[in-house]
Every structure is written in structure tokens, then in C-alpha cells.
Design a protein around this ligand. Structure first.
Ligand code: HEC
Length: 255
């Protein structure tokens, strides 16, 4: 049977639309670990400012964000230049620099076994929920070189760099028998272990802010784009009203 080219194109377009509409989580990273909801909000400026501070203090020592410039952050997040230099540009440099002054990839590989990836686009590729869950999922595992492992990225080369804030939680397992009778360990939950300097709620906020900042870095224009989008839609509504009355005017005499 010959399919009409127009029909074929419509079917293609519909398939693309459906694929684009599939929830990101279904395609997101994280394997079979259910992801927690980051619940971050890129319109929340104080959260983004805190996230920038967290990132510079706790992540930029190892990770770059090479597509982001310091002065762009200052401009977008309403941070005065003095504060930017004092609190965020911990290694000096020019405000026009990109965030690159982390370790060299070969040193990363030598020290950790794997180079810390650039984080500019990590929120785009992994999704904020993944990043949130990743930073919430370190737990004590004495068999690992750093004494911890991660549920989301088992065997990860990244140490639990926030351990003094979160503390180190323990993973609790339950034993289930598989169909062939052998026992399997199923992860059940995390429970408090060594305490950190933050309460669980404070740590969640710390991670949410950091993830928020990473989402902003992944698409700095996002907040502006969404604001602009509302104006565009309002304009289209007003324009449609005018167009409708104009159409009525034109067709009034055509009877
Ligand atoms: C001591 C160095 C170091 C610091 C500090 C550090 N990381 Fe990492 N990070 C690494 C290394 C090494 C890897 C590569 C891990 C791997 O491939 O197993 C990594 C990987 C990652 C990944 C990728 C995970 C994946 O799924 O591939 C993310 C996301 C990440 N880090 C976020 C952060 C954030 C956010 C911070 C700050 C809170 C941070 N890192 C601080 C060393 C570090």
C-alpha cells in the first residue's frame, strides 16, 4: 500500500511530538534507582545566590563550569562585583573568566581514578532530580577507598565532599528470597549515622540550592525566556482579539 506523503509527514510529526512530550524522568539518568524530587525553583534568586556560593566553595575545587563567566553570574543573580570577587572568585582572576580554575583532568584521573566532569551542562544531561538524588545518596561503605559509596552511581570516584555537612548515613537493607531460593539484599532506606554540622532539613536545602544553581548554569536564559514567554502569549491574545474584529469588519459587507 502506498502511503500518501502528507499522511506520512503527519505521522512523523505526531511521533516526534509524542517523543518530545515523554516525561524527562523516563529517559533521565539514574538507572533503576527511583529519583527524589529536587523541588528547586530557578526564579528563586536567594536560592540561586546560595547555590552559587555552595558551588564555588564545595564543587569548583574539582569541577569546572567552563561555559559560564563570573560576571554573567553576577549580572543574572544580582551579585555586586565586590561580593562576587570576595565570596565567589576564591582563586582570584578576572570577572570575565569562565569557571575553569579547577584541577587538570589528568590530575583528577590520577587522584580519583576518574576526571571530575565539567558541570556546565550536567543539569541538562542528567536532570535536577538526578543531581539532587545523587548528592543525597552517599552512605557508609567501609569496603570503598573513601569509606562511602553512592546509591545512584555505585563505585563513584567522587568522594562524599559534603560529609561534614550531611554526616554519613547508613544504608538499611532487607533480605528477600529470589525465585530460585537464594537470598538477595534489597535496599530499604537510609538511616542517620555519623551526624554532620547541618540538620537533615538544612542539608536538603543546601543540596536544593546547589542543584538550582546548576540548573541555572545549564541554561542561564531560562528564567528570562519564561518571563518573556508570558508577554508573548499575552501579546498573541491581544493581537487575536484585534485580528478577529478586523476580520468581522472586512466580512461585514461580503454577503
Ligand atoms: C574532591 C573532588 C570533587 C569535588 C570537590 C566534587 N566532585 Fe563531583 N566528581 C568528582 C569526580 C572525581 C567525579 C567523577 C565520578 C565518577 O565518574 O565516578 C565527579 C562526578 C560528579 C558528577 C557526575 C555524576 C555522574 O552521574 O556522572 C556530578 C553531578 C558531580 N560530581 C557533582 C558535584 C557537585 C554538585 C559538587 C559540589 C557539591 C562536587 N561534585 C564536588 C570529584 C569531585
Amino acid at each position: 500500500m502506498r502511503i500518501d506523503p502528507v499522511v506520512r509527514r503527519v505521522v512523523y510529526a505526531c511521533t516526534l511530538l509524542v517523543a518530545a512530550a515523554l516525561p524527562g524522568a523516563a529517559l533521565g539518568a539514574g538507572g533503576d534507582v527511583p529519583l527524589m524530587r529536587a523541588g528547586n525553583d530557578i526564579h528563586n534568586l536567594p536560592s540561586l545566590q546560595r547555590g552559587a556560593r555552595n558551588f564555588m566553595n564545595y564543587c569548583a575545587g574539582c569541577h569546572t563550569a567552563q561555559y559560564m563567566r563570573y560576571n554573567r553570574i553576577a549580572q543574572d543573580l544580582d551579585i555586586p562585583e565586590g561580593e562576587l570577587k570576595a565570596n565567589l572568585m576564591l582563586k582570584g582572576g578576572s570577572v570575565h573568566d569562565t569557571i575553569r580554575n579547577a584541577m587538570k583532568p589528568e590530575d583528577g584521573r590520577k587522584w580519583f581514578g576518574n576526571a571530575p566532569p565539567d558541570l556546565s551542562l550536567i543539569a541538562r544531561s542528567r536532570g535536577p532530580d538526578y543531581l539532587y538524588t545523587f548528592l543525597m545518596s552517599y552512605y557508609a561503605d567501609p569496603s570503598r577507598p573513601h569509606g562511602v559509596d553512592n546509591r545512584v552511581l555505585p563505585g563513584t570516584a567522587m568522594p562524599h565532599v559534603l560529609a561534614h555537612l550531611q554526616g554519613v548515613q547508613n544504608a538499611v537493607y532487607r533480605t528477600e528470597s529470589s525465585p530460585d531460593g537464594s537470598a538477595i539484599k534489597e535496599f530499604e532506606r537510609f538511616e542517620a549515622g555519623v551526624p554532620g554540622s547541618l540538620t537533615p532539613a538544612q542539608y536538603e536545602e543546601f543540596v536544593r540550592d546547589t542543584v538550582n544553581f546548576l540548573e541555572y548554569v545549564g541554561e542561564p536564559i531560562q528564567a528570562k525566556r519564561q518571563k518573556l514567554g508570558i508577554w508573548v502569549i499575552l501579546f498573541l491574545l491581544v493581537f487575536t482579539t484585534f485580528a478577529y474584529f478586523l476580520k468581522r469588519e472586512y466580512w461585514r459587507d461580503v454577503k
